[in-house]
Write a protein that binds this ligand. Structure first.
Ligand SMILES: *Cc1c(COP(=O)(O)O)cnc(C)c1O
Length: 226
């Protein structure tokens, strides 16, 4: 049988789950499903791409650089991991969005790199919605001032927000994120992306208004290392 049958089954289940959540929430807008690729071999990633999961999420610059040439050309890549300023140059020309902008400083560095590459980079600001010391991101209190600064920068376009809420109590944090997102959207043109929801909680995220869910293990299977 097909060696990618597990992925095919998972894709079917994920699509159904997202559809059910959309109906439950009476939503008519689209929800994008991202395939999160960390630790996954390129042939398995390309199978997902061939089944229409063509939006890929990359966490680690090093791993991404080692794999990207093997990816199907129709894949589109967003960077979703912690990004150090000195690594921006390795990804600026090949990803279409950076979802993990966690400081005004990083936004400024991406802006500079985009300008010198002659391109415009779409970005999301990551919100540390649970105020967890172990996670990076803007607090809910500082995001609006930060967004005002970021919107003045050349070469980048602020498209919305991303979050990884504390494990266990996602719904409460998804609702908070939705509230901040709606506020940002009402203040700024071009904001259209709320990226939240992972393998354990993407149905709830869609019910709470996420329009981009990021799915790794529920798609490709459990990771041996993180
Ligand atoms: C790993 C990761 C995911 C996917 O996690 P799963 O629980 O495997 O779905 C989503 N977003 C980010 C930022 C990640 O690092």
């Amino acid at each position: 049988m097909n060696e990618y049958e597990d992925i095919a089954d998972n894709i079917k289940r994920i699509r159904e789950t997202v559809e059910n959540a959309r109906h439950h929430a009476q939503r008519s807008d689209d929800v994008r499903i991202m395939a999160v690729t960390k630790t996954v071999a390129p042939d398995r990633i390309n199978f997902a791409v061939s089944q229409g999961f063509s939006l890929l999420g990359e966490n680690r610059v090093q791993e991404y650089l080692g794999k990207k040439d093997a990816y199907d050309k129709s894949a589109q890549v967003h960077f979703i991991g912690h990004l150090q300023s000195n690594k921006i140059k390795y990804i600026i020309d090949s990803v279409s969005m950076i979802q993990s902008i966690d400081s005004v400083h990083l936004a400024r560095e991406v802006s500079k790199a985009a300008v010198s590459s002659g391109r415009t980079m779409d970005i999301l600001c990551e919100i540390n919605i649970g105020n967890e010391p172990s996670k990076s991101g803007f607090s809910a209190d500082e995001i609006f001032d930060a967004a005002d600064e970021i919107r003045e920068m050349q070469g980048i376009r602020l498209k919305g927000l991303m979050a990884i809420p504390p494990a266990g109590d996602s719904v409460r944090y998804f609702e908070k994120m939705r509230y901040i997102y709606d506020d940002l959207k009402s203040r700024m043109d071009g904001v259209d992306t709320l990226s939240m929801g992972m393998s354990q909680d993407y149905a709830q995220a869609v019910i709470c208004g996420s329009n981009l869910v990021r799915i790794g293990s529920a798609l490709f299977g459990a990771r041996i290392y993180r």
